[in-house]
Design a protein around this ligand. Structure first.
Ligand code: HEM
Length: 384
């Protein structure tokens, strides 16, 4: 039977792994007419593409496509062009008091849950995760004193735009959201302070350069990647762990928490995929890919490839090695990976102490999004 892959259909949103499994087995190099892209779902193929930027470009200008200069940022470039800012950004991250930031976010999470009246269901995503993720992201970049009024709306617009090759009507939401975020970022860059990642980036850079479109656009991408993945991951870790209570108790004593962090990231894979462009003709398993063809690399499908991960649908904290692609691979490997892992570790530690006081109070639902896998609602209840 022909494979029909509709990433935004409710069935796929509810359970993407059902179609990912079919793709991996029946059509590992699948032409997806809706997005006019090749979809790769096997681990080795995904890793090969991500690790080979000479053959597979992130920057579509390398295959002759146009990109307005207002959209150029580090995230769409390939080496050697992205290297200078990537190094600068990595240094800026290293200069932050990560432990202090994470502990403050944990305090916020604790306080927020303590305030909840017992036995009354609430939505963890909108009432807790959004606030904790936003505050942590603002502190990290150095804009804690200047919170936006409706960042969640901007996040939704940006996340919807990531799916605009599937549903072109989503591009409009993205353009408006990106423009709002750029205005915010310009305002944050104008704060006379040397705090956070923005402060560290500005340090030693002439004003004109630090407020250039390139730097501001890149920081918009950093901020949104930070908020969206912390928000999605905080919700999903709560959800998955409250459904796997027996695993929480094994943490620390029998099981290393670092291994558990890697495993929840593999298992959840909030970043489901990314795209690249073939710079030269290439043949994958007898399928000819032409120069310029777009390729979607499905991290989430690769992370459940049974040829690499035994019993991939099982959340196995003892899994080792765990070479997952949850943070990507190669030149665009997630720049916030160590920060995000530190946060996930803290969420697990919080749950280890508090899970008995928390229960699911309804059926969680997912946002209608394909690139980012994120809960839209997680009903919980506090039992005291
Ligand atoms: C669990 C949380 C996170 C996950 C699962 C995640 C996942 C990913 C993945 C898969 C990529 C590679 C995209 C590609 O190859 O096209 C990526 C890149 C990136 N991530 Fe993350 N991320 C997380 C947290 C964060 C955080 C907290 C930040 C910022 C503080 C961040 C900033 C970035 C940036 C800026 C890039 C682009 C790097 C580049 O293009 O060179 N991420 N992330």
């Amino acid at each position: 039977m022909d494979i029909i892959y509709r990433p935004l259909d409710q069935g796929t949103i509810d359970n993407p792994h059902s179609i990912y499994d079919r793709l991996r087995i029946e059509a590992p190099v699948f032409w997806h007419d809706q997005t006019k892209s090749w979809v790769l779902s096997r681990y080795q193929d995904c890793r090969f593409v991500l690790g080979n930027h000479e053959l597979f470009a992130r920057d579509q200008r390398r295959v002759g496509r146009q990109l307005p200069s207002s959209q150029v940022n580090m995230q769409i470039q390939d080496p050697p062009y992205l290297s200078e800012l990537r190094i600068r950004l990595s240094d800026a991250f290293k200069r932050q008091d990560v432990q202090g930031l994470i502990m403050a976010a944990r305090g916020r999470l604790e306080a927020s849950l303590q305030r909840r009246p017992a036995q009354i269901p609430f939505d963890f995503m909108s009432e807790v995760a959004a606030d904790v993720a936003l505050n942590l992201s603002l502190r990290l970049i150095g804009a804690a004193g200047y919170p936006p009024t409706n960042y969640h709306g901007i996040f939704e617009g940006m996340a919807r735009q990531m799916d605009s090759s599937i549903d072109p009507s989503r591009r409009r939401d993205g353009v408006a959201a990106a423009s709002e975020l750029r205005s915010l970022m310009h305002a944050w860059f104008a704060i006379p302070s040397n705090e956070g990642v923005i402060g560290a980036i500005k340090d030693g850079m002439p004003n004109q350069e630090s407020s250039s479109d390139y730097i501001v656009n890149t920081m918009c991408g950093v901020f949104n990647a930070c908020y969206s993945t912390l928000y999605a991951m905080t919700g999903s870790v709560f959800h998955v762990m409250l459904e796997n209570r027996h695993l929480i108790e094994s943490l620390g004593s029998e099981i290393s928490t670092d291994a558990a962090v890697e495993e929840v990231i593999r298992y959840i894979s909030p970043a489901q995929g990314s795209s690249r462009y073939a710079v030269a003709p290439f043949e994958f398993e007898n399928t000819k890919i032409r120069r310029g063809d777009a390729i979607i690399v499905l991290f989430a499908a690769a992370n459940w490839d049974p040829s690499i991960f035994t019993a991939p649908a099982k959340l196995a904290f003892e899994r080792s090695p765990n070479p997952h692609l949850g943070f990507g691979w190669g030149t665009h490997f997630c720049i916030g990976a160590s920060f995000a892992s530190r946060w996930v570790r803290e969420v697990l530690s919080f749950l280890q102490l508090n899970y008995k006081a928390l229960s699911l109070a309804g059926i969680p639902t997912y946002m209608n999004m394909a690139t980012l896998r994120c809960l839209s609602a997680l009903p919980l209840i506090v039992n005291r």
